[in-house]
Design a protein. Sequence first.
Length: 188
Amino acid sequence: MPVASSAASAASLATHLAPVTSPVLPWWAQGIWTSELAKGLPAAVIALLIGGVAAAISWRQARIANAKLKLDLFDRRFSLYIELRDFLVYASGEGLDSNELNFLGRMRDSAASTHFLFGAAVGRDFDEAYSKAVELRQAYRALRATAFDAPGRPAAEAKVSDLHGWFADQLKGQRARFAKYLDFEKWH
């Protein structure tokens, strides 16, 4: 009996492993569509679908991360833009007074990060605004130290006036200089 049983199981195994010939399948697919392969097909399709969904989610997350990076960069750049604008308005209008050290300190600190956030051109603008503010501070000190009827008074007044004019001119062109860094239309 064990011999008949092993012969029957061998015959069953042979028919199970025999290539499938079907008039429906093309010639190149004959013999590969066994029942074992067909059993694994749904799992493979599901794995491909899950992989596709995971790839779509990761692609979307990369786009979101990129947009967040751009928004964070915009926030940092815009705060520096506002700081420079406020400084130029203050320096071109009232001049520097008791708050001058506060303004000069903030400008010095901002100038350092500006080179990295905007590039060398705008960084030089911040550096120049800082140096002109120091000149304005020195010009005011010289003006205050000069008597009203002293011969050097007109030159000191002209120096202060020229520096106020420089700050006013910088204020007029500031929006154009910063526009390419703060324009949202180029970001999508």
